[in-house]
Design a binder for this molecule. Structure first.
Ligand SMILES: *Cc1c(COP(=O)(O)O)cnc(C)c1O
Length: 445
């Protein structure tokens, strides 16, 4: 595992990324070109050291400033059973948003008390499954849900601890599709309209619910620190009113997630330490100012835990030169395994795994293989000259790619490997044609 050569994009790639004598990219001590050969492409490679390191960095940076902090990983960003088991070992908590995510967590015996159940339209079935598993907290998003959950909890002979998700009307200046804390959002109960207060009053009156705190999530990725400070101030000012007028006990408070990661060169987000300093200072000072006891703090990083941990490997195939316009180079994946570029105009960095130290560059546009003109992974990327058979490695592929993957064009969802110390473990096999047809019934009875 030679790490002497300074690899390009070192701040963006998994922490173990290096190059070997062949000039190939290595991840977790494994040659990426060999991984592509052994497991096929598209292949998602998760680096265990990066994953565990990010869990610990969040826990350390927050707890050194605010000891009673829970770090809850947002499962929607990517959850497989191997990852869930690592999170258990790292003593992380978990945010889930569906019965399916809860089932994955339950399959590795994720401690129920460390599970938070979110979502703007949890079904009765979701809520029953959450009650049965005994999840620690259900985060109430709306008035319908509080009545539904109250009935189900009473029916089950339980009093379910809950948080209320508020919409604080703080704009985090991110993509319109990923902004959640403004007034005109489907998520959370608005404060500005007076509905937040009505929600607190009602939940306190429902015998099946035990209100233990308040939650906000602004959206993501949030590159500025100010929206977090603002959201903490707004919620604490609200909380103190609720304590005084309705007897709210603010035992827990969550400012959500949305911590940004660096996807492209030149656009570095704040460090985990900076996010932690901003949030913990705002909570500590806000509580002092309002005379509130310090609540347990729950932070919910998602992409900031896994994005950097994974790279997606693709094999280069056809190319098309449009003289004077651009050169398209196609790979064997695209929007079916990563829809973020067409959906959010997301940008990535990439390198050629079998030419990791090549210094020549050409400008190309990397196209996916699916039947959509919008299926472009990288526009105007500066890469080593590409030929058919090269292995393209896309960085920061750990977040929101696999869980949004589809079978578009009846494609097979990719394999996933976990690498560590020169060993690669297959943690999700590539789908097969049988998988495609498993739920498709024929012949009909
Ligand atoms: C999606 C989500 C997160 C995580 O967002 P990231 O940007 O991936 O950190 C945290 N909390 C809630 C409630 C979410 O919906």
């Amino acid at each position: 595992m030679a790490r002497e050569t300074k690899i390009p994009l070192a701040d963006i790639l998994p922490v173990t990324a290096a190059t070997n004598e062949a000039g190939h990219l290595t991840l977790g001590g494994c040659d990426a070109v060999e991984l592509a050969r052994e497991f096929g492409t598209p292949l998602y490679v998760f680096d265990e050291e990066t994953l565990r390191g990010r869990c610990r960095e969040f826990q350390t940076e927050f707890r050194s400033r605010y000891p009673d902090t829970v770090v809850a990983y947002a499962a929607k960003v990517y959850l497989g059973r191997a990852l869930a088991a690592i999170l258990v070992q790292e003593e992380m908590a978990l945010d889930v948003v569906s019965g399916g995510e809860l089932a994955i967590a339950a399959s590795v015996s994720f401690p129920p008390e460390r599970i938070y159940f979110h979502g703007n339209n949890k079904s009765a079935l979701d809520l029953r499954e959450a009650l049965d598993y005994g999840v620690g907290r259900i985060v109430i998003d709306n008035f319908h849900e509080m009545q539904l959950l109250n009935g189900l909890a009473l029916g089950a002979g339980k009093r379910q601890p809950v948080l209320i998700r508020l919409s604080p009307d703080v704009d985090p200046h991110t993509h319109v599709h990923t902004t959640t804390g403004i007034l005109d959002s489907k998520f959370g109960i608005p404060l500005a309209t007076g509905q937040g207060e009505a929600a607190v009053r009602q939940v306190l009156e429902l015998p099946g619910l035990e209100l233990v705190g308040l939650h906000v999530h602004l959206g993501s990725p949030i590159f500025d620190l100010e929206p977090f400070r603002e959201a903490v101030d707004v919620v604490l000012a609200f909380a103190v009113k609720m304590v005084e007028t309705h007897g709210l006990r603010l035992e827990e408070f969550s400012p959500g997630g949305g911590f940004a990661v660096q996807y492209v060169e030149g656009k570095a987000p704040p460090s985990v330490a900076e996010y932690a300093e901003t949030i913990t200072t705002a909570v500590t000072e806000g509580c002092q100012e309002h005379g509130l006891a310090m609540p347990r703090l729950i932070v919910e990083p998602g992409r900031a835990i896994v994005a950097r941990a994974a790279m997606a490997l693709y094999t280069v195939g056809s190319s098309k030169d449009v003289p004077g316009v651009r050169r398209f180079v196609s790979v064997d994946g695209g929007m079916a395994d990563n829809i973020r570029p067409p959906l959010y105009d997301s940008r990535y960095e990439a390198l050629v795994a079998n030419k990791a130290l090549e210094t020549r560059r050409e400008t190309v546009t990397i196209a996916g293989r699916y039947c959509e003109s919008g299926d472009i992974l990288l526009r105007d990327a500066e890469l080593a000259p590409l030929e058919a058979g090269d292995i393209l490695a896309m960085a920061t592929a750990g977040a929101y790619a696999l869980p949004m993957a589809s079978n578009y064009n009846a494609s097979l969802r990719p394999a996933v490997v976990l690498v560590k110390d020169g060993e690669a473990k297959l943690i999700r096999r590539r789908e097969t044609y049988e998988d495609l047809m498993r739920a498709d019934l024929w012949p009909l009875e």
